[in-house]
Design a protein around this ligand. Structure first.
Ligand SMILES: [Zn+2]
Length: 336
């Protein structure tokens, strides 16, 4: 009797286990259909002139990519993004998660776009409108944050826990990824080092040029293509582009060489501040000035002079995916 009851109980458990397993199987089967981890990921890079859309599979392999011109008004931008997503899904025959990188950020207070140099986006409920238009949740992040997520996921900083990404080109942006995900902060400005002042300015650098943000001496006024050209003009009276300054230094022009050395020293000072606060495992470098190869040797050598304690061996590495890092990072806003 006792044995029989045990068997009954056991068989009861067995039935229960069978049911649970069956339920779990059904759940995991349906999970394949909706679980973002398994899905195709669509990334949108919303630029001022182009909207780029890309789809990657679960391993990060690119499936398809499209580019369209950016309509310079809000409804047109929404429709263009929907057009890109529709086209990607028609081409691949799959439904994807959608992440978008924008040249600005979403205000945590209002949910509206702020700080976008594509000014027709500012004050608009982009995230809500895209979600309604595409029929799914949409994740949106600053384009520099997208770069750092891309590089921390499967790029130059893959597997690193704390990664800082800097973009030095037409402007000076930055983003922080922790365990492969964007760290935005409650004010949505984490990583915005471009509007911190240049550290340890000398007499000629103080108070520094006016910045569009309303302050003076922001890093962006020094660490950007236009900043390098303006500095060169101020010192030499010659008006040439940052590209010509780099080429000039390679050709032995002393004034161009001196301008690049000033750039290197300012970059080292700015990165030293960042290391003193965050001490990332690696700093990934994107944007136009990241193509200047000498910076990867010269700037790390200067860091110990400025970092507290005079010890710094933080690697500065180029973005593995170059200009594609933004759109890949937008896709990876839905993490693995
Ligand atoms: Zn500024």
């Amino acid at each position: 009797m006792q044995v029989l009851r045990s068997v009954r109980i056991l068989s009861g458990y067995a039935m229960l286990i069978t049911v649970v397993v069956a339920e779990g199987w059904r759940h995991s089967n349906s999970a394949v259909e909706w679980n973002p981890v398994q899905m195709m990921r669509i990334g949108i890079d919303l630029g001022g002139t182009k909207i780029e859309g890309l789809a990657i599979d679960a391993s990060g392999t690119e499936l398809v990519r499209f580019r369209v011109d950016t309509p310079r008004f809000y409804q047109g931008t929404l429709d263009a993004i929907k057009g890109v997503v529709d086209r990607i899904e028609a081409e691949t025959g799959q439904r994807g998660t959608v992440g978008a990188g924008i040249p600005g950020s979403i205000s945590a207070k209002t949910g509206l776009v702020k700080n976008a140099n594509s000014t027709w986006l500012n004050g608009q409920p982009l995230q809500r409108d895209l979600a309604a238009l595409l029929g799914r949740e949409v994740r949106i992040a600053n384009d520099a944050n997208c770069l750092v997520v891309s590089e921390a996921t499967d790029g130059a900083a893959a597997g690193k826990a704390v990664v800082f990404g800097v973009i030095v080109g037409t402007g000076c942006g930055g983003g922080l990824a922790v365990h492969g995900q964007v760290h935005n902060g409650p004010n949505g400005v984490a990583g915005e080092w471009g509007h911190n002042p240049l550290p340890w300015p000398n007499a000629a650098e103080s108070p520094g040029p006016e910045c569009y943000c309303g302050k003076r001496g922001c890093l962006e006024t020094w660490l950007s293509g236009t900043g390098v050209a303006r500095d060169f003009m101020a010192v030499t009276g010659r008006e040439i582009t940052s590209r010509e300054i780099v080429a000039g230094s390679e050709g032995g022009d002393e004034a161009c060489e001196a301008a690049l050395q000033r750039l290197e020293d300012r970059l080292a000072r700015a990165l030293a501040h960042l290391i003193n606060m965050v001490d990332p495992e690696v700093i990934v470098f994107g944007g136009g000035l990241s193509r200047v190869q000498r910076l990867y040797q010269s700037v790390p050598k200067l860091l110990p002079e400025y970092v507290f304690g005079h010890e710094a061996d933080t690697p500065l590495v180029p973005a593995k995916f170059g200009d594609s890092s933004g759109v890949r990072g937008a896709a990876w806003l839905w993490p693995q």
